[in-house]
Design a protein around this ligand. Structure first.
Ligand SMILES: Nc1ncnc2c1ncn2[C@@H]1O[C@H](COP(=O)(O)OP(=O)(O)OP(=O)(O)O)[C@@H](O)[C@H]1O
Ligand SMILES: [Mg+2]
Length: 270
């Protein structure tokens, strides 16, 4: 498979002079599920907002499906890359949940029964089927966050980007997000998800990219990124490895980033 996303030497300086990205390189193969982690302000959101053209590089190149997207319009990229915003209230604008979710696919030319199906499937995936007629601002923040995700799912883009999807979610909401990511991966779609929840990351993604100060400082499988030898790098970007990884290291079981690997390793030893 060719790279779905290829970011090379990406530098972004905001108009106020903030250097948010300082030469980031990232290659994501089509069908991969990748988590991006890193301290507040490390440039995660800035990086992903380049992938659908909402931000343009100060320096460097962003390729999607092998094409340099520098000259491509956001509207055209929307058919390929869906991005659910970190702050749902910067994304949501419609007065009705169903209208909000229908907006994206309608812009892509989907009509009639196909549009109804896209909306119903997306709302069901996030558990908002019963809220189709509600005003988004009558939902709580956590459900607006799920609505923002549904709006992206409804577009059925080959590349899906979720910026902190589990923030504010209870266990049920977090499980829904996990099921959504796994479902997209099973369909062979490319998923990039920013998260601060390292347990969710370890249990959901095959690859973890660690950012610090506008650069990628580590990139690998959870078993490597959360292994004891990597903890100093995690600490340098204010991340604490998942509890399973810490317990596994404490009892001398090597890298056990998820509870299931920890339990399996304990069973083998016992
Ligand atoms: N619109 C903006 N104008 C100026 N500076 C910005 C803007 N957006 C972000 N920044 C700054 O750019 C840097 C990177 O921000 P970014 O939002 O990409 O980080 P992040 O890793 O997503 O952080 P968080 O975990 O808090 O969401 C930070 O210093 C931030 O304050
Ligand atoms: Mg962010």
């Amino acid at each position: 498979m060719g790279p779905a996303i290829e970011v090379t030497g990406l530098v972004h300086v905001y108009p106020d002079g903030t250097h948010a990205l300082a030469g980031a390189d990232l290659r994501v193969v089509a069908g991969e599920s990748v988590a991006i982690v890193g301290q507040n302000g490390s440039g995660k959101t800035t990086l992903v907002r380049h992938l659908n053209g909402l931000l343009r590089p100060t320096e460097g190149v962003v390729r999607v499906d092998g094409r340099d997207i520098a000259g491509e319009r956001v509207a055209r990229l929307a058919a390929v890359v869906g991005l659910a915003f970190q702050d749902p209230d910067r994304q949501i604008f419609a007065g009705r949940v169903s209208a909000e979710v229908a907006f994206g696919p309608r812009n892509l030319g989907v009509r009639g029964g196909g549009l109804d199906d896209a909306v119903a499937d997306a709302l069901a995936a996030v558990g908002l089927a019963d809220a189709a007629d509600a005003n988004p601002y009558d939902l709580g923040w956590a459900r607006r966050k799920l609505l923002a995700i549904a709006s992206v799912l409804a577009m059925r883009t080959p590349i899906v980007i979720l910026d902190e999807p589990t923030t504010g979610q209870d266990l049920r909401g977090a499980r829904r997000v996990q099921d959504i990511v796994r479902g997209l991966a099973a369909e062979g779609r490319t998923v990039v998800t920013i998260s601060h929840d390292l347990r969710f990351v370890a249990e959901t993604f095959g690859r973890v990219v660690v950012m610090r100060e506008g650069r990628i400082v580590m990139d690998g499988e959870p078993a490597d990124v959360f292994a004891e030898g990597a903890w100093p790098v995690l600490a340098s970007t204010y991340l604490e490895p998942p509890l399973a990884a810490r317990v596994g290291a404490h009892v001398g079981l090597g890298s056990t980033p998820t509870e299931s690997t920890l339990l399996a390793a304990l069973a083998v030893r016992g």
